[in-house]
Design a protein around this ligand. Structure first.
Ligand code: ZN
Length: 267
C-alpha cells in the first residue's frame, strides 16, 4: 500500500494535499528558537523557513466517503488534481467535515459560488460558526464570507454542538478547543484499532516534544496548549494512527516515546 493510503480497522484513509505554506518558524511558534530548529529539526527547516502542508484526509467508513478539511484553494492549490489522480470524484463525497473555519481548512468548500462537493452535507462546529460569523470577527474574515456563509444560504451545512458527535459507527467528532473556539478532531475506532484526525491540535512534529509551543494564530493559546497536552498524551498512550494535516509527507504517523522524549514517527 502506498504511504498516502492507510487503514484503521475497516476504515480507509487517503492523504490529500493542497500545497504548502512558507513561514519563518519563529513567526509560527514565538516560544521556539532558531537554535532548536537547527539542531533538533534540520529536516523540517528549509533555509530559514518551514513549510506547513495544507492537508485533507479522505475517509471511507461504512460505505460513506468523507473528506476532512478542504485546503486553502490558493491559485496553485493541488487538492482537486490530487483527488482526481487518486480516483476520488467530488460528486461522490457524502460528507465534508471542517475541523475549524480557518482559511487553509475551508478553501475548496465552494468553487465559483457552488459547493465543490455537490452531493455532500458539510459539518462544522456551531461554536466555531458563532465565533467566525460574529460581527467583530467576520469583518476581517473574508474567507468566511466567501467559503462558509454561502453553505448556510444553500442549506447544505449542519452545525454540531460541543458534545461528542457520531459521524458513522466508526468515526466520532470530538471537541478540541483552543486553536479556534469550536475546533474539532475525529476519533476513529474500527475492528479494535484506533485512529485520530488531528486537525490543528498540532502544526509541526516538533510539538511532539515541545508540546507547550502554541502557534501565533491560536485564538486562545493557553487553551490550545492544554488541549494539545491532553490529546498528545492520549495518542501516545493508546498508539492511535494519526492523520496530521500540517505535518510533512502524507501526515500519517504516531506519537511515540523514544530516548526519553515524545517524537512523531511517520509511517
Ligand atoms: Zn491550519
Amino acid at each position: 500500500m502506498p504511504n498516502d493510503t492507510t487503514s484503521v480497522g475497516n476504515v480507509e484513509l487517503i492523504a490529500l494535499t493542497d500545497g504548502q505554506g512558507d513561514m519563518q518558524p519563529l513567526e509560527v511558534f514565538p516560544a521556539s528558537s532558531l537554535e532548536i530548529w537547527q539542531s533538533e529539526y534540520p529536516d523540517l527547516l528549509d533555509g530559514d523557513q518551514i513549510h506547513p502542508r495544507f492537508g485533507t484526509t479522505a475517509v471511507r467508513s461504512g460505505g460513506n466517503l468523507i473528506i476532512v478539511d478542504t485546503g486553502l484553494q490558493a491559485p496553485d492549490g493541488t487538492l482537486m488534481s490530487e483527488m482526481r489522480d487518486k480516483g476520488i470524484e467530488p460528486s461522490t463525497v457524502d460528507l465534508v467535515i471542517l475541523t475549524h473555519l480557518h482559511p487553509d481548512h475551508i478553501g475548496w468548500n465552494l468553487t465559483d459560488g457552488s459547493p465543490t462537493f455537490p452531493n455532500a452535507r458539510y459539518i462544522a462546529s456551531q461554536t466555531d460558526w458563532d465565533y467566525w460569523t460574529s460581527p467583530e470577527v467576520i469583518e476581517f474574515a473574508d474567507h468566511v464570507k466567501k467559503q462558509a456563509l454561502p453553505l448556510k444560504d444553500l442549506n447544505v451545512i449542519d452545525l454540531i454542538g460541543n458534545e461528542d458527535y457520531s459521524i458513522t459507527d466508526e468515526l466520532t467528532a470530538v471537541s478540541t478547543p483552543g486553536h479556534t473556539p469550536g475546533h474539532i478532531s475525529i476519533v476513529i475506532y474500527s475492528a479494535g484499532e484506533r485512529g485520530y484526525i488531528l486537525g490543528d491540535v498540532a502544526h509541526s512534529p516538533a510539538q511532539a516534544h515541545y508540546t507547550d509551543w502554541s502557534p501565533s494564530f491560536d485564538v486562545d493559546p493557553d487553551l490550545s496548549r492544554q488541549t494539545r497536552h491532553a490529546v498528545l498524551d492520549k495518542l501516545e498512550a493508546n498508539g492511535a494512527l494519526v492523520s496530521a494535516g500540517h505535518f510533512p509527507g502524507d501526515g500519517f504517523g504516531r506519537f511515540v516515546r523514544e530516548g526519553g522524549r515524545r517524537i512523531w514517527r511517520g509511517i
